[in-house]
Design a protein. Structure first.
Ligand code: ADP
Ligand code: MG
Length: 160
């Protein structure tokens, strides 16, 4: 997988945003979910999370944790295989919109209304590399398979 273009890349120094990077190494679903949960506990509406990582990296496991951090039952969170957007409303502190762009062509992504959703709640997007444009305000989560049950998780949070 190619990493996304860095949101700090810019030819104009005045528009360089500062990003805080945190990293974890996990060795089970539970540990990855716990990282997601800790992030979920900090989120408020308007937060957009872009998830990068190969098939089976653990993006959905992470979102399950994120949901539990918002007070949503993690067992209800599955890969949105047939639905592009899975909505969780009325359960947790804030609505969660879980998006999976795996099957979508670039042009179709434009029509999803993701920006509008972000005004209502938290948007977590798997396969965010299919988005037509980078979103500098997004929290970027990258998960890499390091063999067996080991995963490397990197979270970049823009400071503003
Ligand atoms: P993705 O959404 O990135 O395609 P999933 O979250 O659906 O991936 O699946 C991740 C798979 O990897 C699951 O089968 C999970 O049990 C397994 N796995 C093994 N170790 C870990 C770990 N440390 N963190 C997350 N998932 C793990
Ligand atoms: Mg998934």
């Amino acid at each position: 997988m190619n990493p996304p273009e860095s949101s700090t890349a810019s030819s104009s120094p005045s528009s360089i945003a500062s990003v805080t990077r945190r990293e974890w190494h996990t060795s089970s679903d539970e540990e990855t979910a716990a990282v997601g949960r800790a992030l979920g506990e900090t989120l408020s509406p308007g937060a957009v999370i872009h998830l990068f990582g190969d098939l089976g990296a653990g993006k959905t496991v992470f979102v399950r944790g994120l949901a539990s951090g918002l007070g949503i039952d993690p067992d209800e969170v599955s890969s949105p295989t047939f639905t592009l957007i899975q909505e969780y409303r009325g359960q947790g502190r804030h609505p969660l919109f879980h998006v999976d762009l795996y099957r979508l062509a670039g042009a179709e992504v434009d029509d999803l209304g993701l920006d509008a959703l972000a005004t209502e709640g938290i948007v977590a997007i798997e396969w965010a590399n299919r988005l037509p444009a980078s979103q500098p305000h997004a929290i970027v989560v990258r998960i890499d398979d390091e063999g067996d049950d080991r995963r490397h998780i990197q979270i970049d949070t823009p400071s503003s």
